[in-house]
Write a protein that binds this ligand. Structure first.
Ligand SMILES: Cc1cc2nc3c(=O)[nH]c(=O)nc-3n(C[C@H](O)[C@H](O)[C@H](O)COP(=O)(O)OP(=O)(O)OC[C@H]3O[C@@H](n4cnc5c(N)ncnc54)[C@H](O)[C@@H]3O)c2cc1C
Ligand code: FES
Length: 267
């Protein structure tokens, strides 16, 4: 992390991929720090991205920590800053500060079965976990990936298809699983024994999926998610992101369901 937490590092956009078109379009960016030192991150951490004169926003680092050359970010167009990112071209320079937040305890999951359940752009925060686990495939048991989306386009489609054979990949249309993709997981081979489930997506989807995982026998300690509360500073100063006593930018964004249940239901 930089000495001055408010001072962004400069980073160059080296690749832009269109994932989903439309009003809430999604694009994926690879950015390389101009200062070759960059920063190390862990699965689940985020960075504050900025464009001079347009603003800053918190975005999950979507590349595996094993990838050192660039950081990957997948950004949905929602407002001012994300729109500015969607107007960028390869070669443009952006600001990046971080890494922020806690991380998924992937080291403690070795030997376990992993179930990843993503909805919409919520695949991005769990993508570093999926790609890290796939790079170290022999260290884990069965790996299942369930992805659903409201749009007709599936983000990371080629990358997800490439996982087939080494992982159990299910790409479901959101509308076919009104109660959330866990309805699909229930019909599949997901078992709670020696397993960890990681869920990320819209809040309604997270809640329904967690309910279904509990019905499948997952204990609260076996279920993990991330909170995307509104954030301004990312470093526990502005008080914008709190849930109860926690500043999510510092204590989160990664929580087990056991931890989340102890907090007020303000998320
Ligand atoms: C820990 C964390 C990780 C995130 N990771 C990603 C990611 O990988 N990809 C991605 O596309 N987005 C991610 N977000 C959401 C992203 O930060 C917001 O969508 C972004 O700040 C919007 O900025 P804007 O200026 O374009 O929109 P604004 O003009 O500020 O707001 C436009 C719309 O976005 C909503 N919004 C604003 N801030 C947030 C927020 N923090 N979370 C959810 N909705 C918000 C507003 O309610 C409004 O509807 C993450 C947020 C957090 C806190
Ligand atoms: S974003 Fe400022 S305290 Fe969390």
């Amino acid at each position: 992390m930089q000495d001055n937490v408010y001072l962004p590092q400069l980073a160059r956009v080296v690749r832009i991929a269109d994932e989903v078109a439309g009003e809430r379009a999604i694009k994926t960016y690879h950015v390389e720090p101009l200062d070759s030192a960059g920063f190390e991150h862990a699965c689940g951490q985020c960075a504050m991205l900025s464009i001079f004169g347009r603003g800053e926003m918190m975005i999950s680092i979507a590349s595996s920590p094993l990838v050192k050359e660039y950081k990957q970010f997948t950004i949905m167009r929602t407002g001012r800053v994300s729109l500015a990112f969607h107007e960028l071209a390869v070669g443009d320079v952006v600001g990046m500060r971080g890494p922020y937040g806690n991380s998924f305890p992937i080291e403690a999951w070795r030997g376990k079965n992993l179930v990843f359940i993503g909805g919409g752009v919520g695949l991005a925060p769990i993508w570093p976990l999926i790609t890290t686990a796939m790079a170290q495939r022999g260290d884990f048991g069965d790996i299942g990936v369930f992805y659903s989306t409201r749009s007709s386009s599936i983000m990371y489609r080629a990358e997800l298809e490439a996982l087939r054979g080494q992982a159990d990949v299910h790409l479901e249309g959101w509308r076919t699983h009104q109660a959330g993709v866990a309805a699909g997981t229930a019909e599949q081979t997901v078992t709670a024994e020696n397993s960890v489930a990681v869920v990320c997506g819209p809040p309604a989807m997270i809640k329904s999926v967690i309910q279904n995982l509990c019905q499948l026998g997952f204990a609260d300690e076996q279920i993990f998610t991330t909170l995307e509360n509104k954030m301004k500073c990312g470093v526990g100063k502005c008080g914008r992101c709190n849930v109860g006593k926690d500043y999510v930018c510092v204590k989160g964004p990664v929580y087990s369901w056991a931890e989340l249940k102890k907090l007020p239901q303000e998320y």
